[in-house]
Each structure stands twice: as structure tokens, then as C-alpha cells.
Design a protein around this ligand. Structure first.
Ligand code: GCO
Length: 427
């Protein structure tokens, strides 16, 4: 048994969710239709009622608060509040207001994500994120949300994981609109960087005191053989393309190659008030001449290391320490906007959670300005193309009955949140 590891006073402890994955019956977005076509979702499932959050959010939020959490990250579903272009669903907006009011009632500070992978169908039909017309449309939507909820929230993530969205939807083509073109990946990323910039300024115009950032997915890429210059170069390239290129744009204000040709974009510089990072895994990277389509990279987990199913990657708690240390150079407050693991039986999650928090604690001891941690996720939810086959919750969900069962990892997290520390006996 070790000595307890304390976190700074006022540290935010939460969980993260996203609208389509939890609310249920989001039938006006691009995922809803796509899920129905055979072959798209691994287990043939659909989001359906999801966690029935549209009706049960309060029940789950109450549980989160009882677990000692004091914050919650969630997303607003664009297709719910603007089901047809330019037509607002005031009832849906009022529902979000009630949800956020409830968060305050039970002591959860809200962090709102404005775009988390799904798009209104009308937007997708007009070319979605490929089409620059998305920019004024996103601006109008963001303004509407901030006008409606701004008095209740001052922590905003504009876009969740632009890098993952662009790659899965336009590169790997395993998410709608299922395209395979690197050219489109970079076009979408450019549009997202501009949309982020516009959202940043729109939010600040309406709410000068707001804290605006992104929830940005970062992965550790280490050379499989550190003494091989080729492995090292490929690992560095992936790190640059995936982890740095987009953040460079929104901090330095210019589109470096291959996002652009180095052009400076007006008002894009310094448009993050905090660094939000979603961290899950590491990949070892080896040069592989047979894989030109994957930047000549073969990616795998350290032999013998704990990893997720399929191509999920290696669980590597030290990576959280390393990323937080890297982000410290931006000089902004840091939030871990997501961290978690696919584990249907909860065998690995308790250790995963504790080890990542120990790594985070170490970074904080060394001066990293980390202000909060959001575990992905509270209740098992609809895992995109993996459907219900991969479970991420601290609480297990029986999808048919909507019954919730607290997992052991949930009990551990509750002890940590309540103590604002990792208690010695769990170390
Ligand atoms: C993400 C996603 C979540 C996923 C989680 C597990 O931002 O990557 O926000 O939607 O469910 O990451 O894969």
C-alpha cells in the first residue's frame, strides 16, 4: 500500500459522452441512416435507443454526482436542434437547457462539445465538411447554442477529434461518408481548422469569459526499433501528421504542409484557451516498404503488453505523462478530455484507470497545469462502427432493458473523485 496521491484543489473529475452515442433516436443525422445499411456496424447493431439519455440523462447525471464527480463533458447534437437547415427545434434546445441546469443542481460543471462526429443529414447532403459552405452554417449553429446555453456553461470544445473524424470518414472510409482520399482528408481538416477558428471567435463575441478549446486525439507513435533511422523517421512522420499538424494550425495560425502550403489564415493563431487531449493508446511503428498507402508504416503493440481488441493499440499509461509534458509548452491549462479503454468484462479497466492517473499525477507534480480529467465513459454507449461490441463504461448497460450496473472500475473511480486523490490502498 502506497501513500495517497493528492490532486490539486478544485480539480475537475468527470466522464465524457457524446450525443449520438448516448441520447437515442438521433434520426436526423448521417449516422442514423448509415447504421442501417448492412456491413457498416461490426455487430450489425444500431444506436437505437442508445442509453436513452434524451429521457434518462438526469438519472445518470445523478449517479455521476453521487460517484463524487464534479464535471461532465457532453455534446450537443446539431441535427436535433437544427433538423432542417435554418429551422430551430426550440423544444430540443429547451431539453438541453434542462439537462445543463440539472448538472448545476447536482454539482457537475458542464463542458460542452459542439461537434462530435455526427452531422445533420441536410448538411451531409450538401457535401458536409468537404464543402466550405459548412463554415457559415457551423457559425450559425454555434451562435444558437451559445445564445441558448451560454449563461450555464463557460467551457467549450468546438470540435471533437478532427484528426480522427477526417481520417475515419475520408481516409480509411469506415465512417460516413465512406470516402478514401488523402486529398479529402486534408481538405476536411482545413475546413475544420477554419470552422474551429470561427467558432472560437463566435463564442468569445457572445461570452468573453469563455474558455474555448478542442478535444484532440493524440496517440503515441514510438519507433519499433529505436536504433533504426527508418523506423524513427516514420514514427516521427505519423506523430507530425496525426498529433501536431492541426494543433500547429490553431496555435500558430498557418496551414503547414500538407494541410496547406504555409498560408497564414486570418485570426486562426492562438485560438485555443486550453489544451484538451483525448488519449487512449500507443503504437510501435516499423518502416514497411509494402505499405505506401499507410505512409510506409506498420503499427503494432509491444509484444506482451496489454492492448485493446483488434487494431485498438497498446495501453501505455506513461504516454499520458509524456503528452501532458509536451502540451505544457503551449502554456495553457490542460484538460484530459477523454481517456479510457474497451473492456467488456472490466478485467483491465480498474488498473488502466489507476495507472493512467498515477502518470497524470506525476506530470502535475512536475508543474503541468492539468485542471481536469474526463474518463470515457460513464455508461456503456454506442461505439460507432464497433456498435455495442466494445464497452467503455464505468457502468455496464443492458441495451435491451436499459438496466445499469456499476462496475468495479466505477467504484474505484468514485473513491478517487471523492478523495480528490488516488487512495493509497488502490495503488
Ligand atoms: C472519441 C470518441 C468517442 C469514442 C471513444 C472510444 O472522441 O474518440 O469521442 O466517441 O467512443 O474514443 O473509442
Amino acid at each position: 500500500m502506497g501513500k495517497e496521491l493528492r490532486f490539486p484543489p478544485g480539480f475537475l473529475w468527470g466522464t465524457a459522452t457524446s450525443s449520438h452515442q448516448v441520447e437515442g433516436y438521433n434520426c436526423n443525422n448521417d449516422w442514423w441512416e448509415w447504421e442501417r445499411e448492412p456491413g457498416h456496424i461490426r455487430d450489425g447493431s444500431t444506436s437505437g435507443a442508445a442509453c436513452d439519455w434524451w429521457n434518462r440523462a438526469e438519472e445518470d447525471l445523478k449517479t455521476a454526482a453521487e460517484m463524487g464527480q464534479n464535471a461532465h463533458r457532453f455534446s450537443v447534437e446539431w441535427s436535433r436542434i437544427e433538423p432542417q437547415e435554418g429551422e430551430w427545434d426550440e423544444k430540443a434546445l429547451a431539453r438541453y437547457r434542462r439537462m445543463v441546469e440539472f448538472m448545476h443542481q447536482v454539482g457537475l460543471k458542464p463542458m460542452i462539445t459542439l461537434h462530435h462526429f455526427t452531422n445533420p443529414r441536410w448538411l451531409a447532403e450538401k457535401g458536409g465538411w468537404e464543402n466550405r459552405e459548412v463554415l457559415p452554417r457551423f457559425e450559425r449553429y454555434v451562435a444558437k447554442v451559445v445564445e441558448t446555453l451560454g449563461d450555464l456553461c463557460d467551457l467549450w470544445c468546438t470540435i471533437n477529434e478532427p484528426n480522427v473524424y477526417a481520417y475515419q470518414s475520408y481516409g480509411a472510409g469506415i465512417w460516413p461518408p465512406q470516402k478514401h482520399s488523402l486529398r479529402l482528408v486534408f481538405r476536411v481538416l482545413r475546413n475544420m481548422a477554419e470552422a474551429h477558428t470561427i467558432a472560437y471567435h463566435t463564442i468569445h463575441r457572445l461570452q468573453p469569459e469563455a474558455q474555448v478549446g478542442l478535444a484532440y486525439n493524440m496517440r503515441i507513435f514510438d519507433p519499433a526499433n529505436p536504433s533504426s533511422p527508418l523506423d524513427r523517421s516514420i514514427a516521427k512522420l505519423l506523430d507530425y501528421l496525426f498529433n501536431r499538424l492541426f494543433l500547429k494550425a490553431v496555435t500558430e495560425g498557418k496551414l503547414a504542409f500538407p494541410l496547406g502550403q504555409g498560408e497564414v489564415i486570418e485570426k486562426m493563431a492562438d485560438t485555443v484557451d486550453f489544451s484538451g487531449v483525448n488519449y487512449y493508446v500507443r503504437d510501435l511503428v516499423a518502416f514497411d516498404i509494402t505499405r505506401p498507402g499507410s505512409f510506409f508504416a506498420r503499427r503494432f503493440a509491444t509484444p506482451g503488453a496489454e492492448k485493446g481488441p483488434g487494431d485498438w493499440g497498446e495501453f501505455y499509461p506513461e504516454g499520458l505523462y509524456r503528452l501532458v509534458r509536451q502540451l505544457t509548452v503551449y502554456g495553457k491549462p490542460i484538460y484530459i478530455t477523454e481517456n479510457g479503454c474497451p473492456d467488456n468484462t472490466d478485467e483491465k479497466r480498474p488498473r488502466f484507470l489507476i495507472n493512467h492517473l498515477v502518470a497524470l499525477w506525476r506530470a502535475i507534480q512536475e508543474g503541468a497545469p492539468v485542471k481536469g480529467y474526463f474518463f470515457w465513459t460513464l455508461v456503456d454507449n454506442f461505439e460507432w462502427a464497433e456498435g455495442w461490441s466494445r464497452r467503455f463504461g464505468l457502468i455496464a448497460l443492458d441495451v435491451k432493458t436499459q438496466r445499469r450496473t456499476m462496475r468495479y472500475s466505477g467504484e474505484i473511480y468514485a473513491r478517487i473523485c471523492k478523495a480528490n486523490a488516488i487512495p493509497g490502498e488502490v495503488l
